[in-house]
Ligand binder design. Sequence first.
Ligand code: ARG
Length: 582
Amino acid sequence: MNIKQILSEKVSAAMTEAGLPADTNPAISLSNRVEFGDYQANGVMGAAKKLKTNPRELATKVVEQLDLNGIASKVELAGPGFINIHLCQNWLAAQLANVAQDKFIGVTQRATPQTVVVDYSAPNLAKEMHVGHLRSTIIGDAVVRALEFRGDKVIRQNHMGDWGTQFGMLIAHLSDKLAGNEVAETALADLENFYREAKIRFDNEEGFADRARADVVKLQSGDEQCAKLWQQFIDISITHSEEIYAKLNVSLKRADIMGESAYNDDLSTVIDELMAKEIAVEDQGAKVVFIEEMANKDGEPSVFIVQKSGGGFLYATTDLSACRYRSGKLAADRIIIFTDARQSLHFKQVEIVARKAGFLPESVGYQHCPFGMMMGDDGKPFKTRTGGTIKLAELLDEAIVRASALIKEKNPEINDDDLKVISEKVGIGAVKFADLSKNRTSDYIFNWKTMLSFEGATAPYLQYAYSRIQSIFSKAENSKADALSSDAKINIVEPQEKALALKLLQLEDVVDAVISEGTPNLLCNYLYELASLYMSFYEACPILKDGIATEVKESRLALCQLIAKTLKQGLDILGIEVMDRM
Ligand code: ARG
């Protein structure tokens, strides 16, 4: 169900009838003022300019041909050639009836699903996950769920940083701990600490750095003992990440991990091919691609090193190999990668080189979706008071503690079990929504107070709207939300009802925008607007008051039910849970 699309088709047909070229864009958009109707078609102006004719006359012709019988109650010409469309309340009601019956609440399932590889989260396993990984993890997961909800086939790829020189230092340190009879789980209980200890030894302890370097070489050449230590380290570190995923209600599983190390065997082939195709050249002992397409203003090409002079491979080499794996083995139609904006240059370079080398056919989309940083109140990157990185686990625990205090304050009678469940949903939801609702590419300021507020665009506000609807159902005689007869007829009478109907019917459009641009903030806005419209509706349109006709009551209850379903589904795409009472 997509009103915009229906209107596009209708207006396009009228444009063709009026003699316009078949590819004329009808340019349908939502009207921003009620007096301009619900939707506008603004395409005539552009077309008239191209044809050098009078736009108003052209618009008149288009309107004459426009058949919106049963769909629109009024079509008006405005200004130089805008076409304002007022939708018919009965038509809206009929659409809502369909949507209410639909498992996907009006979001049509893709007729030809795409295979989309989504690369997200991807923490570096040498350390604990910190706040910087929050964004990739939750933005990526929301986009994944939106794609799946629309019917695409998603292959999650957690490109974990599980390889590289620092692992030599870490396994050398681990090996000493184990020799001292410590068990790996205890030694690695605090990865941050472990990393710090190893680094201090590396920098200060005589001979340790040499051992660490030797261990990297051994690891890379397949030494069994080193491989075993590395595997132990990786397994425990992955377990730490999994605890966070569970806490965050993120859908990543162990099977989705395809870390950097998984590409090892392919890296020399990647280099051989780049050399054979003369895409890479030897430069001061290293293998380099000079990318002319990305030359600076002095005409110097961008330099992309694919193999170090000592023969070592890089992050870049791995990503080239990943391109080939994803478009080849995984048969991706589209690849989306979520990392912070500092990696934008890297992915531009990867794409150009991979396309040249044939690792990434033109038919496969490659989309790096960068995001900005999470900042502290001082406007500087979010850090602990002493300047350390904030561990994600600690941040999430704090969110739950804060939510718990808030819920208890609002509802002092609440029992401990309920309090625990609700605080987790509210606390985690608040952190996620605050992040997901920001424009992806900008930095944002992390603020406990605003994200946990029950007013404004926050998770608690939306969760509260949902539970308020549920409480109406528990009050309504004999009917729980799901017990309400699903064929109750929705009538659209009041302006608040119409506004809600229009909003409810925009879900597919919003999901599509989230999917195509990798922007869950659009869904956040949508849900916030929906909840706000519900609040105004609730004020203006009594439901259970004495004297309300049964038909009106049932219609409004059915509308409430659809709103609740949409809120729940929308929040579910964001990985945020709702509750009946809070
Ligand atoms: N591990 C990297 C980091 O923490 C992110 C990896 C993103 N994906 C990729 N294919 N390079 O910065």
